[in-house]
Design a protein around this ligand. Structure first.
Ligand SMILES: Nc1nc2c(ncn2[C@@H]2O[C@H](COP(=O)(O)OP(=O)(O)OP(=O)(O)O)[C@@H](O)[C@H]2O)c(=O)[nH]1
Length: 456
């Protein structure tokens, strides 16, 4: 249980919203289904109530009328017996009317019994089955007692209403009135009871529906608040991190940042804008870094004065080029040393000497391929590596350079010459072997008079 709660808490925002929305929708669906079922039941109850209640109420009204008529008839009989005791034809007439009246009452009773029986057979929803059963029993009992009482009254009326007979008449008449009144009360009570049951159902439905609706509303509010609070919390955290990152990329202090979004700001829009800022800063930072790295690499591998590759790069590159030459790619090495450079320095000064060194590299670069590598080994000594060149091809280039130096006439630059020692990679050569052969050739060129080239 706690595990599933933990996994839910750490689930994605989309999953959380989906889960909570499913709960809310299920709840609302239950409320709707419950309402539909209850409303349907209540509507059927109302229909059934109308089907039973209306005919019973009508019958009850007719009973009331019949009771009144019966009362009047009995009164008339009493009156007739007290005033014209000898008029037996009037009494007979009234007796006949009472007979007719009694038959009408019996017909009404039969109708009431039919209504109550039908209610018992066809209506299943109302809880008033027991009450209807009781009413049916009452109706049947009343019908029997009405028949008996009427027979007793008729019997008394068959004779003159003397004192004894009159008493019997009064007793039977009173009992009939009482029985009719009791039955009317029972019918009224039943319809009220049934109405109360339906009303109770309605109230219960309203209560449960209100409770469910309120619960759905509370869940909805809770979900909304939860989402808002979580959203704001996560958004605040992300915002703070982005701000800090942005400021640290821009080199300012993170503590100076206002963390509250500006009033009316859309948090997501603000976050997107800040991420853009971070990306911009990051991109320019990366650009600066790669620029710096490039500069550092250049400083580490090139000679500051001439721009030629330096001694450190020379060792690394020569080893690499020898590995390639070992696989069959021709490689030639040329070592070039300016002649009597000390004399240039002495005569023209160190700065002029520097300019000669710079110009030497420029001239070399202008006259070799871009794939040929130029190194300053130290002082006024340079090395060139020619890939895919034999030493004869390298000698052609060296001769060109020699002539260029020799013939160079430039303002602010003294004349100068150089000597060249040239060799090529032989199978199994080490770095030292290769360099030594070139050095020896250079030495040879120097001893042979300078401003010349020798092959080793
Ligand atoms: N201007 C300048 N001079 C340098 C630099 N590095 C070395 N030198 C000078 O180069 C000179 C080299 O002199 P040497 O080794 O005697 O050689 P050289 O005078 O050229 O004589 P050979 O090589 O035998 O023809 C020294 O005087 C160094 O001070 C530099 O960067 N700039």
């Amino acid at each position: 249980m706690s595990n599933s709660l933990l996994s839910w808490l750490s689930a994605s925002f989309t999953r959380k919203i989906g889960g909570l929305s499913t709960i809310l929708l299920s709840f609302i669906l239950i409320v709707i289904l419950y309402s539909v079922v209850q409303l349907n039941t209540i509507s059927r109850e109302m229909r059934e109530l109308a089907e039973i209640d209306i005919p019973l109420t009508q019958l009850a009204s007719e009973f009331e009328l019949k009771q009144l008529e019966q009362h009047i008839l009995l009164e008339r009989i009493r009156l007739a017996s007290s005033t014209t005791a000898s008029d037996s034809s009037g009494q007979k007439n009234l007796s006949l009317q009472l007979n007719e009246h009694s038959q009408l009452v019996q017909t009404l009773l039969e109708q009431a019994v039919t209504v109550a029986s039908n209610a018992l057979k066809t209506h299943e929803i109302l809880d008033g089955i027991q009450a209807h059963k009781e009413l049916l029993n009452h109706l049947e009992a009343y019908a029997r007692s009405h028949e008996i009482l009427h027979a007793r009254i008729a019997q008394t009326l068959a004779l003159p209403l003397d004192e004894q007979n009159g008493e019997e008449f009064e007793t039977a008449a009173e009992q009939m009135d009482l029985a009719t009144e009791t039955l009317l009360n029972q019918i009224e009570q039943l319809t009220e009871e049934v109405a109360d049951i339906t009303e109770g159902h309605e109230q219960r439905f309203l209560l449960v529906d209100t409770a469910l609706g309120t619960s759905a509303f509370v869940i909805g509010i809770y979900i909304t608040l939860y989402l808002i609070v979580s959203f704001r919390r996560h958004m605040g955290e992300i915002q703070r991190k982005v701000d800090r990152l942005n400021h640290s990329l821009q080199g300012s202090s993170a503590t100076e940042i206002s963390l509250e979004p500006a009033a009316g700001d859309d948090e997501l829009a603000r976050l997107a804008a800040n991420i853009d800022g971070v990306l911009d800063s990051f991109t320019s930072e990366m650009k600066n870094r790669s620029e710096v790295e490039k500069q550092l690499l250049q400083l580490a591998t090139t000679d500051k004065l001439t721009g030629a590759l330096n001694r450190h790069k020379w060792d690394e590159t020569l080893a690499q080029e020898i590995r390639l030459a070992n696989r069959g790619m021709p490689l030639s090495l040329l070592i070039l040393d300016l002649d009597n450079f000390k004399g240039i320095n002495d005569r023209w000064g160190h700065d002029v000497g520097d300019r000669v060194l710079v110009r030497t590299v420029e001239l070399i670069r202008e006259n070799v391929r871009s794939s040929d590598l130029i190194f300053r080994l130290g002082g006024e000594e340079f090395a060139l590596l020619f890939r895919n060149h034999s030493k004869q091809q390298a000698a052609v280039v060296a001769e060109e350079l020699r002539q260029i130096f020799e013939q160079l006439e430039e303002k602010n630059l003294p004349p100068f010459t150089a000597s060249f020692g040239i060799t090529q990679y032989e199978s199994g050569d080490s770095q030292e072997n290769l360099i030594k052969r070139a050095d020896d050739a250079l030495y040879q060129a120097k001893t042979n008079g300078r401003n010349r080239l020798e092959l080793g």
